[in-house]
Write a protein that binds this ligand. Sequence first.
Ligand code: C2O
Length: 350
Amino acid sequence: QPITAPDTTQCGAADLPAGAEPTNCCPPPARRFKDFIEFKLPSPKEPMRIRPAAHLVDKAYIDKYEKAISLMKALPDDDPRSFKNQANVHCAYCNGAYDQVGITPSVALQIHFSWIFFPFHRYHLYFFERILGKLIDDPTFALPFWNWDSPDGMQIPAIFADPASPLYDAIRAPDHLPGGSSPLVDLDWSRSAASLTPEAQWQSNRDVMHTQMVSGAKKRTLFFGTPLKAGDLADGNGQGTLERTPHGNLHIWVGDLTREYKEDMGNLYSAGRDPLFYCHHGNVDRMWDLWKTLGPRRTDFTDPDWLDAAFLFYDENCKLVRCKIRDSLDNEKLRTGYQSVPILWKDSKR
Ligand code: C2O
């Protein structure tokens, strides 16, 4: 049986790390409903939203993006589209605010560490982006992606590093900001901060990408992660190659390492508070599309227990929408695409 959508009326206290500042990750109380509408694909006549690489955007784009994020941050707490509530969507689905519906004894709903990781985050970005587009009245608005798999994208994109910008988040590792003491992204980072030359760092990153996307991800379960069905409790061992590295490593690399829980990006409950989260996940989502181009057996699962797994999101009109994985598989049908940039890791040999 597939994982079912949670019941927002039963949303409860999130399981936060001991000592973390108490946070209610549930949707605004007046917006918790038993009922929802079913997701419908956007009309094929809608313009494509082509997500640009964050290091390549121009001033006009930055202005638009900053304005949209500012407006989202200015929405009141009782609006499920507010930046704060969007960050809490991630927390609620990661930190046990929801139990799986109809399962006794209760089992928390966890959208990491399994095959539901990619589709959940795709939908989260989809709605987040449409809310931003609506706030600035631009149906073509597309989020940027952090192109960390290319030598030009091996730093935190500059647009996120300006303290005066709404894209900034103060709770990050200062050393890892552009201009900091070790600003180059290490895709396999694990706290031993060996500073490599840009060339050596790129070689290492390229090998990581090749392993996680090509040589080490020849089978679906290796790339997507292990199956998670109704009643299963996700544990950290079920991660797919890309979810673990570089996705997870980069979360921790961006977070403030002096904090016990590495907020904001380095912990599931707080990651969505950093605007960079949605840019990081743009590239994660792009990797799902790319993986499917890398070989004949690299296709989506066909198991109905995956296809019918469902999540709830609030759309740009504040409606609660139930989304099944089966509708998320084709970005073009979601009217989403990615700027085409060179991909230099496909042929790396190890
Ligand atoms: Cu839900 Cu990057 O994590």
